[in-house]
Design a binder for this molecule. Structure first.
Ligand code: HAM
Length: 419
């Protein structure tokens, strides 16, 4: 019997797997430079955290959670996103009592039981950043700029930014009612009619052309913002422009999580087909209170690692990367292996990347492995070399070979590899 990775999951295999690491590093680097500190939370949480935090009416909570009962009888859920967990941890550890905003970043695996397709997985990876405890348009703008910097640092050129404001608890109810009035007058199926009553904003996100055609004259949230939300949004827009960022106002931008207030945004890449969102986020001023915490106005984003790699591939940025090995060691015989083994360790500790021939496949096999490794040099140790206390250093590009005393090889290689 053989096994395969479960539907909707995949393996990151070398050499491509290197890009997952590179993207994770690149997307988090700008936030780290801006004072965001690392947080790691559990991969599963109390189910109630997500149903209350992300929202019962969302697809994520109603259809996509991996929920199970622990042996102790508690309902647990594999995290479908990171924000609710971060807020839970901040409340649990009382961080809100210290300096604000609390700036945190994270990276890890997330789980959603989605319809599996290209770019949409049941197990995927995000880099996220959250700034908690401050209501300041500059913080919203900072986060958006940091995400854009992350994409740009990878060489991505075709990432677009959509921007919206969803209002606050003062102005959203009136907008929601106006939207419901409008939607109830449309020709829609029963499931969509139900959605009008539970989560009317989601109807704006319906992808079907026959629904979109009827939404042309739908009331727009940006026309219903209260004075404070309008001013806040204008300030965010101005700051983004001052930072040189271009964006498109999209008053129909609705996110798939219920906790958003005011600023919401999404980064899209056009080379990805239907799953075009490479990242998204927004402000969530009420989330802390929704899960039993103090008022903690906050903003954040999460960027999709898998989709960012796909976007890079679409732009031809996934150049072949050589295995990062400088030196390949080849012992000829058992005694030579015993001598070369500690030398390999010494070289590695001196900062040189070294691999060696394993499995006793003979000189020919070992030389082939050395070539395949992408190493610049082979270190060959034969019986005669052992007697001479020397090792053969072979430049694998030129084929040139010289004997170097064993006592000098670390220094010699270090020097050669820095030139
Ligand atoms: P989200 O929009 O659900 O937001 O996810 C953020 C990003 O994760 C998406 O733009 C996408 O790139 C990636 N992603 C989501 N689902 C999948 C999937 N099934 N397969 C592959 N990639 C996926 C959040 O998760 C919020 N927690 C963001 C946030 C942080 N808002 C405030 N703070």
């Amino acid at each position: 019997m053989s096994f395969q990775a479960p539907k909707g999951t995949f393996d990151w295999m070398p050499p491509r797997s290197e890009w997952a690491l590179i993207v994770r590093d690149a997307l988090s680097a700008p936030a780290r430079r801006a004072g965001y500190e690392y947080i790691e939370t559990p991969a599963f949480e109390d189910t109630g955290l997500f149903s209350r935090g992300v929202g019962e009416s969302t697809d994520i909570v109603s259809k996509e959670m991996y929920t199970f009962q622990s042996r102790g009888g508690q309902s647990l859920t594999l995290r479908p996103e990171g924000t609710a967990s971060v807020v839970r941890a901040v409340i649990e550890h009382g961080l809100y009592g210290g300096a604000l905003p609390i700036k945190l970043w994270y990276s890890g695996s997330y789980f959603r039981y989605e319809k599996a397709q290209a770019g949409r997985y049941r197990h995927f990876s995000q880099v996220g950043a959250e700034a908690l405890g401050a209501e300041d348009p500059a913080l919203d703008a900072e986060l958006i700029v940091l995400a854009a910097d992350g994409y740009a640092s990878l060489g991505l050129k075709n990432v677009r930014l959509l921007l919206n404001s969803l209002g606050c608890k003062e102005c959203r109810p009136a907008y929601r009612a106006a939207l419901q009035d409008f939607l109830r007058g449309l020709d829609l199926d029963d499931a969509t009619r139900q959605r009008i009553e539970i989560n009317p904003l989601r109807v704006l996100d319906d992808k079907r052309p026959e629904v979109q055609a009827q939404l042309v004259n739908a009331p727009l949230v940006t026309d219903h913002l209260c004075g404070a939300c309008k001013a806040y949004h204008e300030e965010v827009r101005g700051l983004l422009t001052s930072a040189g960022l271009t964006y498109t106002d999209d008053p129909k931008l609705v996110r798939g999580l219920d906790y958003y207030t005011r600023t919401t945004f999404e980064f899209l890449h056009d080379g990805l087909g239907a799953q075009s969102a490479v990242g998204g986020g927004g402000r969530y001023d009420g989330l802390s209170e929704m899960i039993g915490g103090p008022p903690l106005p906050s903003v954040g984003w999460a960027l999709g690692v898998d989709r960012t790699v796909l976007a890079m591939e679409a732009e031809g940025l996934l150049a072949e990367r050589a295995r990062h090995i400088d030196v390949f060691a080849i012992p000829l015989g058992e005694e030579a292996k015993r001598r070369i083994f500690p030398l390999v360790g010494k070289l590695r500790r001196a900062g040189v990347s070294v691999d060696m021939a394993f499995g006793g496949r003979g000189v020919k096999g070992a030389m082939k492995a050395a070539d395949r490794s992408g190493a610049r040099y082979a270190l060959i140790l034969g019986e005669r070399d052992l007697e001479a206390e020397a090792v053969q250093l072979k430049d694998l590009a030129s084929g040139e070979q010289t004997a170097v005393p064993l006592a000098e090889i670390v220094a010699t290689l270090k020097e050669k590899l820095t030139t």
